[in-house]
Design a protein around this ligand. Structure first.
Ligand SMILES: [Zn+2]
Length: 79
């Protein structure tokens, strides 16, 4: 079974890590609430699947990545 990573999008409970992993079948619906604390969670997109370029810049920033855009004169500008 694949491991999915989820992140609390609301406040986290005292017993919860902000990010947690869970086993799910491919056919299972993604979790929308934490099974432990009941706060809302969102699935983290796997960065191993080669979809980084397709992610929105705001999402990348959230994940700790920065996009750099090439400018004239060989300089790069942070988006
Ligand atoms: Zn929780």
């Amino acid at each position: 079974m694949p491991i999915y990573e989820y992140r609390h999008s609301g406040k986290t409970g005292p017993t919860c890590d902000e990010v947690f992993e869970t086993f799910q079948k491919m056919s299972d619906d993604p979790l929308t609430v934490c099974p432990v604390c009941g706060n809302p969670v969102q699935k983290i997109i796997s960065l191993c699947s080669g979809t980084v370029d397709k992610l929105a810049p705001s999402r990348l920033k959230e994940l700790g990545f920065s996009r750099w855009r090439k400018r004239d004169k060989g300089t790069y500008e942070r988006e």
